[in-house]
Design a protein around this ligand. Sequence first.
Ligand SMILES: NC(=O)c1ccc[n+]([C@@H]2O[C@H](COP(=O)([O-])OP(=O)(O)OC[C@H]3O[C@@H](n4cnc5c(N)ncnc54)[C@H](O)[C@@H]3O)[C@@H](O)[C@H]2O)c1
Length: 351
Amino acid sequence: MTISVDCAFGGRRILVTGGAGFVGSRLVARLAEAGARVTVLDDLFTGKAEAVPAGVELVVGSVTDEPLVRDLVGRATLVFHLAARNIIASTANPRDDYATNIGGTLNVLLAAREARVERVVYTSSASIYGNPRSIPINEEDALEPLSPYAVSKLAGEHYCFAFYESYGTPVSAVRYSNIYGPGQRPDNPYCGVVSKFFAGAMAGEVLGIHGDGQQTRDFTYIDDAVEATILAAIHPRAEGEVFNVGTGIETSVNDLAATIAEVLEREVITEPVDRRDVDNIRRRVVNIEKARRMLRWSPQMTIQRGLAETARWLLSAEGADAAGRRPSRGSPSPGAGPDSTAASLPQGGRL
Ligand SMILES: NC(=O)c1ccc[n+]([C@@H]2O[C@H](COP(=O)([O-])OP(=O)(O)OC[C@H]3O[C@@H](n4cnc5c(N)ncnc54)[C@H](O)[C@@H]3O)[C@@H](O)[C@H]2O)c1
């Protein structure tokens, strides 16, 4: 079944919580392009007002504010719920994480039930699988949340399906796996390992790798993740379902650093640093057959091309600003060489 995104979203009122963030802002741009009337609710904890495209309404506020959520959800027919505290903030402050990731999700669901919205799409995380017993990880495999963040993302998901079963609230959930790509700002202290490695490599720094670097992840390109999220919102068969969103390909942190070196056409030196408590998952790669089969979705980007696109963006004026650098003059191609004026950034991002 082929579904036209323009037909599905044109003229519709859509609420995107967390729409000023990395994934949310790319999703919002896509929805706005398709002719949707989008409202973003974001407290700008990590999000940036300037990431919200012109013409899109930005409400600066929190998903923990129940009356505000009720009002905004009440004006929408479709809700993408992305607002969340990230893994590092959540490890540092589990109570705040609880309030946003669990309490905020409950507010969205209560409002969606009252307003009878057509679909709520919840963005969950592959972190809920913990250390898997076998790979690739299937949606129905054992769940073992090993961090406060994984607990809260899983609780949000459980609430979604409890509302689906108890009240018929139409929900679907996507479990993202390590999203990277243009728009992921290295100046965000919580950004992922891809951005941190790029920023360090472009600044000519030694990249700190936690542990032996053999830990693996399934790195997903931003546009592939956005496409899966959109399909989860419009596909009739997605209602009441959860989908892994990844590539099905396992990449070690060492290989990631090597591919970044290739893409930048420069030598990148790595050194082992202490393992951190948020990096307690050894291997992760997800099985994406369910999304392929039910959503007719498949990731389009290889890691090499995805990293090249990321490098291109980081070397652009916008990316240079996001990395806290002055834009480099000349060609914005990844092979153009590093900007030696790049600011020093902390090494070894979160996985
Ligand atoms: N990026 C990934 O690799 C990844 C992996 C798994 C799951 N996810 C999930 O995808 C979603 C988007 O993640 P992202 O990478 O874009 O992160 P992000 O931090 O860039 O975006 C999250 C947004 O939510 C906003 N926010 C945080 N607390 C809020 C609150 N109380 N009220 C309103 N807004 C609030 C932030 O300001 C930010 O704009 C999140 O739900 C996250 O848990 C992301």
